[in-house]
Design a protein around this ligand. Structure first.
Ligand SMILES: *Cc1c(COP(=O)(O)O)cnc(C)c1O
Length: 361
């Protein structure tokens, strides 16, 4: 079976080594005779797996001791509701709207209480992140919410917005672990796994302990950060297989790549290759975001007209470059070049794009 280079926005590429390991252990985890798909979440073996996954995440992201790491279900989308449900407690919160996902979080979250928009990039077409001075922040906000990487628009914050003492809540789904961060700047940073660190089914929530402890009472247990933290993310059956694959991915980051610093170097190099092709194409390819806000993870681009779109996708597919169609709201193409996308895949895409521009420009 020939594998292609998969530029899908999510679920997305996983390291080949991880897939091979998962395949090898699928019939029986070492020393158990039981598959990860069959094992009880109350077994010592699974407890060791979830503990090791948490330890790996803490190591990769340098998570301080006063933060909880939770493994939840319901995707990133459930967090659009859980964040206000747990943290508003009758107050309002501020949302920075830089693209599709933050706007969705803002709209969906409003079902749980009062939310304010602190900045909206819609009128400009979601091409950039705001300066701190542009944010209209309420000093009494329960929290400030933002999406560090807009998966669809390819707009990425280079630094966290400065919110003073107001807890900062971040949806990092499509950039999770792509570079070292100072976690102490965040009240909470969360990510669904299927973009940058595993398969669909698990959402990783890293939250400061005081926010977990002060979160709202009286919620259904699986919707309560406090209850899930008290029960080690296993109030009910967790997504065992997804957690196990996140363990393999974080093993790969730590042992094969060499940690978040190394991953960041690689991610910068990969993105630069594509942006260079776009910038040096004499306008044949056009990027979406302003250059200073371009994402290292999702690279949306288009051609001056849509005439050659189908040919571009067909020619790319013919050489093993897949899932490059852009999101319908932005059009054109999108190359998602997450942590697990090998440099060779991006080199091949860059060479293909150059060649296509030469032949068709
Ligand atoms: C994909 C994505 C989501 C939605 O994730 P689900 O797990 O499908 O709910 C939310 N936010 C961002 C930034 C995403 O990229």
């Amino acid at each position: 079976m020939e594998r292609v280079f998969n530029f899908s926005a999510g679920p997305a590429v996983l390291p080949l080594q991880v897939l091979e390991e998962a395949q090898r252990d699928l019939l029986a985890l070492p020393g158990t005779g039981i598959s990860i798909l069959e094992i009880s979440h109350r077994s010592k073996t699974f407890q060791a797996i979830i503990d090791a996954t948490e330890a790996n995440i803490r190591k990769v992201m340098n998570v301080p001791d006063n933060y909880k790491v939770l493994f939840l279900q319901g995707g990133a989308y459930l967090q659009f509701g859980m964040v206000p449900m747990n943290l508003l407690k009758g107050r309002s919160a501020d949302y920075i709207c830089t693209g599709t996902w933050s706007t969705k979080a803002f709209k969906e979250g409003a079902s749980q209480g009062t939310l304010r928009c602190a900045w909206d990039g819609k009128a400009e077409g979601y091409v950039r992140t705001p300066e701190n001075s542009e944010l209209d922040l309420d000093p009494n906000a329960a929290y400030v919410y933002y999406t560090s990487n807009e998966t669809i628009q390819g707009v990425q914050f280079k630094d966290e917005p400065n919110t003073g003492n107001i807890p900062l809540i971040c949806d990092a789904s499509s950039e999770f672990m792509y570079k070292p961060l100072d976690i102490s700047k965040y009240g909470c940073i969360y990510a669904c796994a299927q973009k940058n660190c595993g398969p669909a089914g698990v959402t990783i929530v890293i939250m400061r302990e005081d926010l977990v402890e002060e979160s709202a009472d009286g919620l259904l247990g699986v919707l309560s950060y406090k209850k899930m933290a008290e029960n080690g993310s296993m109030l009910n059956t967790p997504p065992c297989f997804s957690i196990y694959v996140v363990k393999l991915v974080t093993d790969w980051i730590l042992n094969t790549i060499g940690g978040a610093d190394k991953l960041y170097e690689l991610n910068q190099k990969k993105a630069q290759l594509l942006y260079d092709v776009i910038d040096n194409s004499n306008g044949f390819y056009l990027g979406h975001a302003k250059p200073e806000c371009r994402s290292l993870m999702n690279v949306p681009f288009k051609m001056a007209t849509d005439e050659l779109n189908d040919k571009f996708l067909a020619d790319a597919k013919a050489v093993g470059l897949e899932s490059l169609k852009g999101h319908r709201s932005v059009g054109g193409f999108r190359a998602s070049i997450y942590n697990a996308m090998p440099l060779e895949g991006v080199e091949k895409l860059a060479a293909f794009m150059k060649d296509f521009a030469q032949k068709n420009g």
